[in-house]
Design a protein around this ligand. Structure first.
Ligand SMILES: *Cc1c(COP(=O)(O)O)cnc(C)c1O
Length: 365
C-alpha cells in the first residue's frame, strides 16, 4: 500500500484543518494534552490480513463495539515521545527507534500483537510530516506524540484479543513548567504499590496508570505534587514516580538510579541521561536505594540533589519528600547544578543546539 510520498501509510488530508490563525493562537500556550493536531495515524490487525489499513487521516472519533475486549480486560499499551523543531526549521524525532522497541515489548507482556518497528516508525514520521506546522518552536516546546494500541475483538471472554487497533495522535506542548524547573515535593506511598515482581511494571500500559491514580490522589491530599513508589516486596527500595524515573546526585559527584529489575519502566530519558552523565565524566550506578537511606543522606548532606525524568517534563528537580515516616529536604530544596546541567545537555541535543554524538535525532525531510 504505497503512495506518492513513498510511505506505507496512505494519506487522506483533513479537508477542514484548523486555520493558520487559529493554530497560531492554539500554539501560544498549549495546556499539556488538550490541544490536538489535524491528523492521526491508524492501522489495524486481524489474523487473516495481518497489519493493514495503514492510514493518515483527519483526527476523529472511533466507532467501537461495546464488547470490544479493551473495555473489559484492559489490553492497552501506549508510548510517549516528542518531535522538535530544529533551528533550521526542520523537524526531528528523539530516539523513535527506542520507543518502537519498547512498544513491542509492552505488547508482548500484555499478550497483544507486536507492531513491527518499521510500521511504528513510519506512522510517527508520516504524522509529524503532515502536521509539521503544529510543532511549536519556543524553548522547551515540542509536539508530543501518543502512539497507542487497543484490543478490538468483539468478545466478552477471557483470552488475548485476535484484533487490534493502533493509533497515533499528536499534541503541541509548551515547556512543562513555565519559567524554568521548580522543584517538586514527593509523597512516599505506604498504602499503595505500583508494580510487583512478575507484574506489568516494565510495560507501558494504561492499567499501570489506572492503578497509580489513587496513590497520586493521596499525594495531592497531602499537599504533594507527585507520588514516589517503593518496591512491593520489602516496601523499602525507591522505585519511581507514577510516570517518571528517579536519580540521586551525591557529594562525591556520582549519580545513582534504581536498576531495571522488571518493576520499573525503562525510561528513554533515564537511559539518555545515564549516557550524557558518563559523557561528562560522572560515575553513574544502577543500584537500589532505600527510602531510609534517602532520609539519612539528605540529613547528613551526602545527598546533594535528586531529580525525576521522563519525556513529558524532561528533568524535574525533587526538593522535598514527605510520608508517614519520612520528611526530608534535598540540598537547599531547589534545583541543583548537576540536575540543571544534565537537563540543558539533553535539551540542547533535542532542540538541535548541540551536536548529536549518539545519533539520537531522527531528522525528517
Ligand atoms: C513513560 C514512563 C516513564 C518515562 O519514560 P520516558 O521514556 O523517559 O518518557 C517513567 N515511568 C513510567 C511509569 C512511565 O510510564
Amino acid at each position: 500500500m504505497s503512495n506518492s510520498s513513498g510511505s506505507i501509510f496512505s494519506i487522506d488530508s483533513n479537508p477542514t484543518p484548523v486555520t493558520p490563525g487559529e493554530r497560531y493562537k492554539l500554539l501560544q500556550n498549549p495546556v499539556f494534552g488538550r490541544v490536538f493536531t489535524d491528523h492521526m495515524a491508524t492501522a489495524r490487525f486481524t489474523p487473516g490480513r495481518g497489519w493493514h489499513d495503514m492510514r493518515i487521516q483527519a483526527r476523529g472519533e472511533f466507532k467501537l463495539d461495546p464488547a470490544s475486549l479493551v473495555f473489559h480486560y484492559a489490553q492497552e499499551i501506549f508510548e510517549g515521545m516528542k518531535a522538535y523543531r530544529m533551528p533550521d526549521g526542520s523537524a526531528a524525532l528523539f530516539r523513535p527507534d527506542a520507543n518502537a522497541r519498547r512498544f513491542r515489548s509492552s505488547a508482548v507482556r500484555l499478550a497483544m500483537e507486536p507492531l513491527p518497528e518499521e510500521i511504528f516508525l513510519e506512522s510517527v514520521r508520516a504524522l509529524v510530516r503532515i502536521d509539521r506546522d503544529w510543532i511549536p518552536s519556543a524553548e522547551g516546546a515540542a509536539l508530543y506524540l501518543r502512539p497507542f494500541m487497543i484490543a478490538t475483538e468483539v468478545l466478552v471472554g477471557m483470552k488475548p484479543s485476535s484484533d487490534y487497533l493502533y493509533c497515533v495522535v499528536a499534541s503541541p506542548v509548551g515547556s512543562y513548567f513555565k519559567g524554568g524547573a521548580p522543584a517538586v515535593t514527593l509523597w512516599v506511598s505506604e498504602n499503595f504499590t505500583r508494580a510487583a515482581p512478575g507484574g506489568t511494571g516494565a510495560a507501558k500500559c494504561g492499567g499501570n496508570y489506572a492503578a497509580s491514580l489513587a496513590a497520586q490522589a493521596e499525594a495531592s491530599r497531602e499537599g504533594c505534587d507527585q507520588v514516589v513508589f517503593l518496591d512491593a516486596v520489602e516496601r523499602r527500595w525507591v522505585e519511581e514516580l507514577g510516570g517518571m524515573n528517579v536519580f540521586f546526585v551525591f557529594d562525591d559527584g556520582s549519580l545513582q538510579t534504581p536498576p531495571l529489575t522488571g518493576t520499573i519502566l525503562p525510561g528513554i530519558t533515564r537511559d539518555s541521561l545515564i549516557v550524557l552523565a558518563r559523557d561528562m565524566g560522572l560515575t553513574v550506578r544502577e543500584e537500589p536505594y532505600a527510602i531510609d537511606q534517602w532520609q539519612a543522606d539528605a540529613a547528613s548532606g551526602r545527598l546533594r540533589e535528586a531529580f525525576a525524568c521522563g519525556t513529558a517534563a524532561v528533568v524535574t528537580p525533587i526538593g522535598k519528600v514527605k510520608g508517614r515516616r519520612h520528611d526530608l529536604t534535598v540540598g537547599d530544596g531547589g534545583a541543583g547544578p548537576v540536575t540543571m546541567r544534565l537537563k540543558a545537555a539533553l535539551l540542547d541535543i533535542q532542540q538541535g543546539r548541540a551536536p548529536d554524538p549518539h545519533g539520537w535525532m531522527d531528522r525528517l525531510s
